[in-house]
Design a protein around this ligand. Structure first.
Ligand SMILES: [Mg+2]
Length: 228
């Protein structure tokens, strides 16, 4: 009697929930993810979380640099040093490589045209981290997944964003495709072979940081896109 009552209750409960619950086999709804990602940015939580990671990195760099011979840091560019938020929002979190980017703040905005325009602002906290590192004689290297044909635009953008100098800018060879980590980790190895010790590596993707050749890694928030 008790058992059948419990069974009936559970059927009613599960029946009531059925229309609202997604099947376990379905991935997250992309429309809901867009709303959540926009709210994360617009609430200020993204900036707060970003600045918190930068602050941890600064503390570590200040501690490690004086104890290290030829200390260096490695920074990714997109969503680490420069913010592409204007393009990301205009494209509703999609990646549109081709086409013009002449309708901001509305979209669409071709990502390649956007990058070549050199309009991305720097994250203020990261610019300050760079200036602080340089004041403490720490070499600054950029290692980006952008390809070599964007070198001029990327250098111009960094200067326009107030980043005055750096010790090296490594872009991906035009023939290099596939997993970012397979290019980035060997690039850090090249930097260390020059005699530097990379005390910190900062990026917004796990693929920026995996594969070694850095004493500490710092992962910045980025729920907006994934670079495998
Ligand atoms: Mg990035």
């Amino acid at each position: 009697m008790i058992r059948s009552l419990l069974l009936a209750t559970s059927l009613i409960v599960s029946g009531a929930l059925l229309p609202m619950e997604a099947s376990a086999a379905q991935p997250a709804n992309v429309g809901d993810a867009i709303i959540a990602a926009s709210a994360y940015h617009d609430s200020g939580d993204y900036q707060r979380d970003f600045d918190s990671v930068v602050a941890q990195a600064r503390l570590w760099i200040d501690e490690a640099a004086p104890k290290t011979r030829r200390p260096a840091i490695v920074l990714d560019i997109d969503e680490t040093t420069l913010s592409n938020w204007d393009e990301i929002r205009a494209d509703d979190f999609g990646y549109i490589a081709a086409g013009p980017c002449d309708a901001l703040p509305k979209g669409p905005c071709g990502a390649i045209e956007w990058e070549k325009s050199g309009r991305a602002p720097a994250f203020a906290s990261m610019r300050a981290l760079i200036e602080n590192a340089q004041a403490h004689h720490v070499a600054v290297f950029f290692v980006t997944g952008r390809h070599e044909d964007e070198r001029e635009a990327t250098e111009r953008n960094l200067h326009l964003a107030g980043i005055r100098s750096w010790d090296g800018l490594y872009l991906r060879p035009m023939t290099s495709h596939g997993y970012a980590a397979l290019y980035k980790a060997p690039t850090r190895e090249r930097i260390e072979r020059k005699g530097y010790t990379i005390i910190a590596s900062l990026g917004d993707q796990p693929s920026d940081l995996s594969g070694g050749f850095a004493k500490k890694t710092f992962l910045l928030p980025n729920p907006f896109y994934r670079i495998p």
